[in-house]
Design a protein around this ligand. Structure first.
Ligand code: UDP
Ligand code: MG
Length: 307
């Protein structure tokens, strides 16, 4: 069975057409299927439209928790042993699904879409390009397109995957680090014809910080002291070196240090920077513990509807 997961947030004019396109593709692939829409706190008539779709399952959040939480809820509800994820704005093309499934059949655990050519604004394409370089450096992830939601997974990959923040972009990186085989194929990308994009520049910042956390987590979680120890030592030696330099200059060469704020300022800034960074990482560790130990979730479902 194939489960298709679609997060939607204010997509009233898109879901009807999407569902139609999707069902006509899914009928042809010769598997049982279910279509699960996750209504991520839409404030327009999306939920009303969803209730009209024959055979669809709807997970409806109490408010907007973000696309990542929507995927998480959908994955946990999916009954199929193959899971397909995609956007609900018609930018991904359901006609690509059979190709993705064929690739999965070759023995991969995950097949990702690569939106090529991309039908988005130049700004978005530029951010994706920068993100791709960083992903390659930090995570060793060589996929072209982390922002494409159209992907197919074997269900077992998704076990024990708790997603939050903007992490859905890094699912392939996480799964590859866990040893699953991940590949990509080019998929169609259509311009957004109705509704608005739900993201702005803040996505780039969130995505970047998530990437740093993931980099740390994958590399240093067992031995954070390697990173912080080395970084701490380096900064200490740097500060020590600057201190010695000015000490010698003052004592032996009579250089006046009055009015020289920069040595102090640089040490101060570096130390505060590292303090903040460490605090952020500790907070991340704490929050992971919190969510795994307590049964509390990072999102809340109001109702689950089966049409
Ligand atoms: N989305 C969501 N919750 C959000 C933001 C987006 O469920 O908080 C959905 C949105 O309805 C769409 C998909 O995620 O189906 C991709 O969003 P969008 O098209 O705005 O992203 P873009 O294509 O501009 O990157
Ligand atoms: Mg879109």
């Amino acid at each position: 069975m194939v489960s298709v997961i679609i997060p939607v947030y204010n997509e009233e004019d898109n879901i009807g057409k999407l569902h139609q396109e999707l069902v006509s593709v899914l009928r042809k692939i010769g598997h049982d299927f279910e279509v699960i829409f996750v209504n991520d706190g839409s404030t327009d008539s999306t939920l009303k439209e969803l209730k009209k779709l024959p055979g669809a399952k709807i997970i409806s959040f109490t408010r907007n928790f973000g696309q990542t939480s929507a995927f998480d809820a959908g994955f946990k509800e999916a009954k199929g042993d193959i899971v397909v994820s995609m956007d609900g704005d018609l930018q991904n093309d359901p006609k690509d699904i059979p190709e993705l499934l064929k690739k999965l059949d070759e023995g991969y655990d995950v097949v990702c879409g690569w939106r090529h050519p991309r039908n988005d604004t130049a700004g978005k394409i530029f951010v994706s390009w920068g993100a791709r370089i960083l992903r390659r450096i930090l995570l060793g992830d060589t996929l072209h397109d982390a922002g494409c939601s159209l992907r197919v997974y074997k269900k077992y990959c998704l076990e024990g995957l708790d997603l939050y923040s903007e992490m859905h972009r890094f699912i392939p990186s996480i799964l590859a680090a866990r040893g699953f085989s991940v590949t990509e194929i080019k998929t169609n990308h259509r311009p957004r014809s109705s509704g608005q994009t739900k993201y702005n520049w803040s996505r780039a910042i969130k995505g970047f910080t998530d990437m740093v956390v993931l980099w740390f987590w994958q590399r240093y979680r067992a031995r954070p002291v390697h990173l912080f120890g080395a970084g701490g030592l380096f900064l200490f030696l740097l500060g020590f070196g600057i201190g010695i330099y000015f000490f010698v200059a003052r004592i032996f060469f009579g250089v006046s240090l009055a009015g020289r704020i920069w040595p102090l300022a640089s040490v101060f800034l570096m130390l505060s920077g590292i303090q903040l960074f460490v605090a952020g990482l500790l907070a991340d560790i704490a929050i992971r513990n919190y969510y795994s130990v307590s049964k509390e979730k990072s999102y809340f479902i109001r109702e689950i509807i089966e049409n």
